[in-house]
Design a protein around this ligand. Structure first.
Ligand code: AMP
Ligand code: GLY
Length: 428
């Protein structure tokens, strides 16, 4: 079977890599893909925009590709699943109505409240004066969020009232475009974050291994927020007891509430949780897709063929699938970024050492790379590569990832040297 994968990040390279491990998958076509998907055996890129639904459906139908797996949230929020389904294609990823769970934080908040899902206290505003009055009664620290999709940048954790007021003004003055037509103001939660991604067919829910990512650019989890500078799985903070509670108190209630609203949600439901020191947790956000870079570590550990799970979600037969099989191992990924990211950075730097990193035992997922006209792999984004290691424990997995990344060079490459630091302190 052939599969079309939509997106161009490390997540999509990992999805294509995992799908191609199955003898049932002969080819993966990535739209638009990156330098990794351009050069991986069995994989090729199709240079279309991720919102060119017409172009994708035409290509899929002409080339006997029955299945489309969607990586990013933007095409899901634009209704890619609804559109391609009308053309007779099988699509992994929720319909547009379901993608609102990520595309509107206010909508997700109302859904959580209706479903009784534990989440931070919040209020929604459509103009600045009422929002500012509210923060004065609630006090800092407080969290200000643009309602819509802002590529992970629309959340400001304000330590002072002044910062919160500035954030409110910035959002209403259009810093995030129409994503900022309304603002969600939320109580500031303390604790450790964990990502629980679950597969669902709208009835049955199967959680994947829990993962944690490092969101800040600087070592010691300092500096600006990024899309994620590294990740690891299975996250020890998500104990079996916590996962059992997440299943009943978050995932099942959310899917049931979506069904109440007439939304048949099939795909990945990703719950971002804050876990307090006493083990209580609240939902920070939902995403309607696989996480990036969590997917790179989760899929490295998955033994069950991914296409079987994907088709079971689409065809609503997840309940009949055997329990998911996982490698008895730990996985860690370290992001190699362009110097300057998450601010301004240059592109087009030649990358060397990719084969050597693999020979050293690491799995190299490409994110912001491309194959240039002289067959070189060059940088093409902020987060460039996800160098992934597996091991019997986190110490080995992390060491493996760093052994790999030391082989890689490009001008102004930056990576954090402390991915998983909290785990190593716990293990030692
Ligand atoms: P979100 O996109 O809603 O997950 O927010 C992005 C990041 O902002 C999260 O991963 C947290 O690090 C932080 N954040 C969001 N909401 C809160 C909150 N209520 N309290 C503390 N931190 C938060
Ligand atoms: N790693 C966070 C996300 O995918 O949203």
């Amino acid at each position: 079977m052939k599969v079309l994968v939509v997106g161009n990040g490390g997540r999509e390279h990992a999805l294509a890599w995992k799908l191609l491990q199955s003898p049932k998958i002969d080819q993966v076509v990535c739209v638009p893909g990156n330098g990794g998907t351009a050069t991986m055996k069995g994989c090729q890129n199709l240079p279309l925009a991720v919102d060119d639904f017409e172009g994708m459906s035409k290509y899929a139908l002409e080339n006997d590709i029955p299945l489309v797996v969607v990586g990013p949230e933007v095409p899901l929020a634009q209704g890619i699943t609804d559109f391609l389904q009308t053309k007779g294609l099988k699509v992994f990823g929720p319909v547009q109505a379901g993608a609102q769970i990520e595309a509107s934080k206010a909508w997700a908040k109302a859904l959580m409240e209706a479903a009784g899902v534990p989440t931070a206290k919040a209020a929604v505003f459509t103009e600045p004066t009422a929002a500012k009055n509210y923060i004065r009664t609630e006090r800092a620290p407080i969290v200000v969020k643009a309602d819509g999709l802002a590529a992970g940048k629309g959340v400001i954790v304000a330590q002072t009232l002044e910062q919160a007021e500035t954030a409110i003004d910035d959002i209403f003055q259009g810093q995030f475009g129409s994503a900022g037509n309304s603002v969600v103001i939320e109580e500031c939660l303390l604790g450790q974050e964990v990502s629980v991604l679950a597969l669902t067919d709208g009835l049955t829910i199967r959680p994947l291994l829990p993962a944690q990512d490092h969101k800040r650019i600087g070592e010691g989890d300092t500096g600006d927020n990024t899309g994620g500078m590294g990740a690891y799985a299975p996250a020890p903070i998500a104990t079996p007891e916590l996962m059992a509670r997440v299943q009943t108190e978050v995932l099942e209630k959310t899917i049931a509430e979506l069904r109440n609203k007439g939304i048949d949600y099939r795909g990945v439901l990703y719950a971002g949780l804050m876990v307090a020191d006493n083990g209580d947790f609240k939902v920070l956000e939902f995403n309607c897709r696989f996480g990036d870079p969590e997917t790179q570590v989760i899929l490295s550990l998955l033994e069950t063929p991914l296409e079987d799970l994907i088709l079971a979600c689409i065809d609503q037969r997840l309940a009949a699938m055997p329990p998911l099989a996982w490698k008895k191992a730990s996985a860690a990924t370290v992001v190699a970024a362009s110097g300057g990211y998450p601010g301004n950075y240059e592109k087009g730097k030649v990358i060397t050492g990719l084969d050597a990193a693999q020979l050293a035992g690491a799995i190299v997922f490409h994110a912001g790379t491309k194959l240039n006209s002289t067959a070189e792999i060059v940088t093409d984004g902020g987060r460039v590569l996800n160098i992934t290691g597996l091991g019997e424990d986190f110490q080995q997995a992390i060491a493996q990832a760093y052994t790999g990344i030391k082989e890689i060079q490009f001008s102004r490459m930056y990576y954090r040297r402390d991915i998983g630091h909290c785990l190593l302190n716990e293990e030692s």
